[in-house]
Ligand binder design. Sequence first.
Ligand SMILES: Cc1cc2nc3c(=O)[nH]c(=O)nc-3n(C[C@H](O)[C@H](O)[C@H](O)COP(=O)(O)O)c2cc1C
Length: 325
Amino acid sequence: MADLSVKFLGIPLKNPVIAGSSGLTSTLEGVARAVDAGAGAVVLKSLFEEQLRAELSTISGNAGAHPEAEAFLAGMGMAEGAGEYLELIRKAKESSGVPIIASVNCSGDSLWAEFASSIEAAGADAIELNIGAVPTDPSVPASAIEDRLVSLVASVAGAVGIPVCSKIGSSFTNVGNVASRLAKAGSRGLTLFNRFYRMDVDLDAMSLSAGPMRGSPEAYHESLRWISILEGRVGAELSASGGVHDGATALRLIAAGAETVQMCSAVYAKGYGAIASTIGEMRAWLDARGIASVADLRGRLSRRNSPSPELYGRLHYVKALTGQG
Ligand SMILES: Cc1cc2nc3c(=O)[nH]c(=O)nc-3n(C[C@H](O)[C@H](O)[C@H](O)COP(=O)(O)O)c2cc1C
């Protein structure tokens, strides 16, 4: 039987399928169900800056979160604060038997470096920085935003001994440059990609509303492109997030160069069993082809391993066009 074990962020995992950060991993029960389904690791639901601020304001009496942000978080079942989050880490670590990756949603505040130490002390195996702020001020140049992200990552990575992984969106002019800067700043891993909350308009209420939360299976193409281009070239291990709904997609991303894949929307759609079926399909595919381990497949189709890397971007383009018939 094919060996699915991998190392991610220096941590041994029994397989590369990670339960991604979401409401599915916000409780001990959710973590246990992901582990029962065979997940190689779990990324806990993100703790949001507003939750941390709210807690700090209770302690210090300072101004805390914006009231609308607090209402939003409460509406999403995230009213609990930082103390509960640390408790979740401790208990998940005690009971799950798989690596537990804590997640914090940050937009560039120095608060996180201090809190990261508490996350480490609570027993988390790693921290995923969910870098999720959408820039809304047209006057701020990309370089300033990127510099802030780099210094945020450097401050958190410098504050902890456990590995840090940055989860970024794909909307950068040069994803590869941002990726290598974050790696140099101390991010041992990169999760590609974060999907920002989508918005909509409720015409009847004449108000903004939430867009669809779940993603579609097609989302993996964006991760696949960048993972194949960046594998082995930016100094960070890559985890794919977006559109992993089955074993074939997980293996495609691994062939492109991902060390691990994360699942979220498929689990919302089909239940935690989607993790088990993905793992089963991966093993069956490798066994049917006599490939001894998932490590043998990893990166086979990345730019780095291509016979003509300089033509790789062009190749993507030509293949995409010829795929249209
Ligand atoms: C309901 C919901 C809640 C999510 N919450 C978080 C979160 O707290 N932190 C985070 O980093 N990503 C969060 N995500 C994003 C997922 O982890 C994942 O990156 C994204 O959904 C793309 O993967 P998918 O196609 O497998 O869903 C959330 C996604 C969904 C659908």
